[in-house]
Design a binder for this molecule. Structure first.
Ligand code: ADP
Ligand code: MG
Length: 215
């Protein structure tokens, strides 16, 4: 197999409609982090991956989480934690594009610095995927406006930044509300010791991937 064949999305266990969607998005070849994580992540394994900004991490967790969404069940089935509002908005936009192959998948963004009323309204209408910052998600759990006990995929995106920003306790609080048998995907640009601790606490037999920067 040459390198072009081994990085084609078509070798993954994805529906034909998703492969067409990826082609429409201009995604022909997987990036290195996608190539190294997607087969295991789509098979349900936990992943801890270190890769720099711009390496295509969003699709590396977006495709596995979408593959498990049941659109007919209007409960939160995937939760993505991000350090900032800007990153949450970007991730939600990318997931919405990746979700276009399948009708009626609702993605809701929950971040601080935005009024909480409309967020509660969106959640009442039913959300399949929630993307947001740990502080605001914890607020919604406290108010019981968000239920995450049916979450099948938990993503910690830019985990190193979330820890740097002081979200460690909030993350623990949130994870305690998710089912123990969830899939946990952890992405980080760096690998300080506290990331290893987070992985040991939240993950089962994770595949450890490190993508070296290509110069
Ligand atoms: P990261 O989270 O690692 O910083 P992103 O997921 O934001 O990276 O992706 C960076 C950019 O690359 C985005 O514009 C995204 O649309 C694009 N991208 C991701 N995967 C692919 C791919 N396989 N082919 C082409 N473009 C891609
Ligand atoms: Mg990213």
């Amino acid at each position: 197999m040459n390198s072009t064949e081994s990085s084609a999305f078509s070798q993954l266990d994805l529906p034909a409609s998703q492969l067409e969607n990826l082609e429409r998005m201009g995604y022909t070849q997987m990036t290195p982090v996608q190539q190294q994580t997607l087969p295991a992540a789509l098979a349900g394994q936990d992943i801890i991956a270190q890769a720099k900004t711009g390496s295509g991490k969003t699709a590396a967790f977006g495709l596995p989480l979408l593959s498990k969404i049941n659109p007919r069940f209007f409960g939160v089935q995937a939760l993505v934690l991000c350090p900032t509002r800007e990153l949450s908005t970007q991730v939600a936009e990318e997931i919405r594009k990746l979700a276009r192959f399948q009708a009626n998948i609702k993605v809701v963004v929950l971040c601080g610095g935005m009024s909480i009323g409309p967020q509660i309204g969106s959640l009442e209408h039913g959300a399949h995927i929630v993307v947001g910052t740990p502080g605001r998600i914890k607020d919604h759990l406290r108010k019981e406006t968000l239920k995450i006990d049916q979450v099948q995929t938990l993503v910690l995106d830019e985990a190193d930044r979330m820890l740097d920003m002081g979200f460690t306790d909030d993350i623990h609080h949130i994870v305690a509300h998710t089912p123990a048998n969830r899939q946990t995907l952890l992405f980080s640009a760096t690998y300080p010791e506290n990331i290893g601790q987070l992985s040991a606490e939240f993950q089962h037999n994770p595949l450890n991937v490190k993508v070296e920067a290509v110069h």
